[in-house]
Design a protein around this ligand. Structure first.
Ligand code: NAP
Length: 492
């Protein structure tokens, strides 16, 4: 079966930072796949803007290698690739000076009836200057949109400055704040499971759900991003955006419709209902960690400070938080969040753990009755598994077994799982903001994060050390185990 597509209008997709890592690894391959599926209409253009004095043919060579590096050979198609290269152009523009803005204006002139997307794949310090220049050169049309990536500030105050600078030129309905986790198939499937089935919603509350775990684990360290990471840390880099967005989708009330504002209104209510964590309770409800190095048989995994080139640092590379959504639906249900670098495996997942059965009718020989779990895995192996107890098939009496019912259907439907950016870039062109964050959401998330950060800054202790390749500091295990629960580990 081939993927069904929603047609979009012809567009000009202007990528500031079109030669950078994000453009080469994510944006260009995503657009290539959209062309492959027939979603990019005739007359569309991809216009990369950077300070590099590349002419368009040289830029196309760079695009070619990006596609060759990102798209598996067996699904590459030479005539299609040639068509894709023809869509791509480069213009030399400096966000920080007048260089190139007239040339960009000339390239866009006369195409005001086309959708125009400005994707800011540049360092956040350029968001304001680029918007200002785009406004001053009168490049904003009624069909224009702007896309910004994290980090959107490093606290509430700086996030407001970013939003003000963008908002001075674009209306909120034109601003697309991207969190690529929201474009993942499985995350959208969570919405389908919750709101297109009668089965889950009656159980989706404190009466039936014991707790929720959200884990985003990375195996890599900070690599060459040490200087950025030192200004951020795991709380700002991961929790403020990805983990809180996932928490919102699990915890939100059913929206009135699957429309941008209904969805975002409900997510905002969740963020506002998060019980504050500050200097009074941060030590009890949060754990900070930083990885130390590890000597292996023939190698050494560096510590965070070695990797970032620092003699000492108090920046956390791991966070675990026991959060609570203080409302009727979720009262008393902990949401355990954890994220970190240099952990044993790369995995992002939400685990919804249901309450134990109220009474066990089976005797000991049947084995332990384990609680139901719904595991929504974003990566790797995107998919949804519902863990249930069954009778072990065959003879041998009434022996019970905990098994996962696989509810991922991409393989069954014979469809390639699209990268999140494919979906999100086309949503930008269509002007659909459902999977993008509204200003008030981003600011509400910072409003919850800032007191945690402040509590840590007031606290004299350093983050807890954990050895690279382990699941964070032992205090993270203690955070959940003192409540009589354990972090989920896949066993099948
Ligand atoms: P990058 O590899 O350093 O690329 C930066 C791009 O910006 C280059 O094309 C660079 O080209 C251009 N640039 C720099 N200064 C400029 C200026 N004054 N005027 C015009 N263009 C300029 O960075 P990146 O990793 O792609 O990240 C871009 C943004 O996306 C950052 O905000 C980052 O935090 C965010 N992000 C990245 C990723 C990722 O996977 N890479 C993921 C999430 C968010 P020239 O130097 O030639 O001008």
């Amino acid at each position: 079966m081939s993927a069904r597509i929603i047609p979009v209008e012809p567009f000009d997709f202007v990528v500031f930072g079109g030669t950078g890592d994000l453009a080469q690894r994510k944006l260009l391959p995503a657009l290539y796949h959209r062309l492959q599926d027939g979603q990019i209409p005739e007359g569309s253009r991809i216009i990369a803007a950077s300070r590099d004095e590349l002419d368009t043919p040289s830029y196309r060579s760079l695009v070619l290698s990006s596609i060759e590096n990102s798209v598996p050979e067996d699904i590459r198609d030479t005539p299609l690739l040639e068509r894709f290269l023809q869509l791509c152009h480069h213009v030399t523009v400096d966000a920080g000076s007048e260089l190139g803005w007239d040339a960009l204006g000339a390239l866009l002139r006369g195409r005001e009836d086309h959708v125009r997307a400005f994707y800011l794949a540049v360092a956040p310090r350029f968001f304001g200057p680029i918007c200002e220049q785009v406004g001053r050169h009168q490049l904003v049309t009624p069909l224009s949109r702007v896309v910004i990536e994290k980090p959107m500030g490093r606290d509430l105050a700086s996030s407001k400055l970013v939003n003000n600078a963008v908002g001075a030129v674009f209306n909120e309905s034109q601003v697309f704040r991207i969190d690529h986790y929201l474009g993942k198939e499985t995350v959208q499937n969570l919405m389908a499971l919750r709101f297109a089935n009668a089965l889950f919603e009656p159980l989706w509350n404190a009466a039936h759900i014991d707790h929720v775990q959200i884990t985003v684990a990375e195996t890599l360290g900070v690599g060459g991003r040490g200087s950025y990471y030192e200004t951020a840390g795991a709380l700002r880099d991961m929790v403020q955006n990805h983990l809180l967005q996932l928490l919102c989708l699990v915890a939100m009330e059913p929206p009135e419709s699957y429309s941008a504002d209904s969805m975002r209104d409900e997510k905002l209510k969740v963020l506002k209902a998060l019980r504050p964590i500050d200097a009074d309770n941060a030590a009890r409800l949060t754990v900070r960690g930083q990885y130390t190095g590890l000597n292996t048989a023939n190698d050494r995994i560096p510590s965070y400070t070695e990797e970032a080139g620092l003699s000492r640092s108090r920046t956390e590379t791991f966070v675990a938080i026991k959060a609570e959504v203080a409302n009727w639906r979720w009262a008393g249900v902990p949401f355990y969040l954890r994220t970190g670098k240099r952990l044993p495996s790369r995995v992002s997942e939400i685990v919804v753990c249901f309450r134990p059965i109220p009474h066990n009718i089976f005797d000991q020989s049947s084995g332990r009755v384990q609680s139901n779990k719904l595991v929504i895995r974003l990566q790797p192996d995107e998919g949804v598994k519902q863990w249930v107890m069954i009778k072990d098939p065959g003879p041998g009496g009434m022996r019970l077994r905990h098994v996962p019912l696989d509810m991922s259907f991409a393989e069954a439907f014979g469809i390639r799982n699209p990268d999140a950016y494919e979906r999100l870039l086309m949503d930008v062109v269509r002007g659909n903001q459902t999977l993008f964050m509204r200003r008030d959401e981003v600011e509400a998330a910072w409003r919850w994060i800032d007191p945690i950060q402040e509590a840590w800054e007031q606290d004299d202790t350093a983050p807890n050390a954990y050895t690279a390749g382990t699941w964070g500091p032992t205090r993270s295990v203690a955070l959940i185990e003192r409540d009589g629960r354990t972090w989920h580990e896949e066993t099948v």
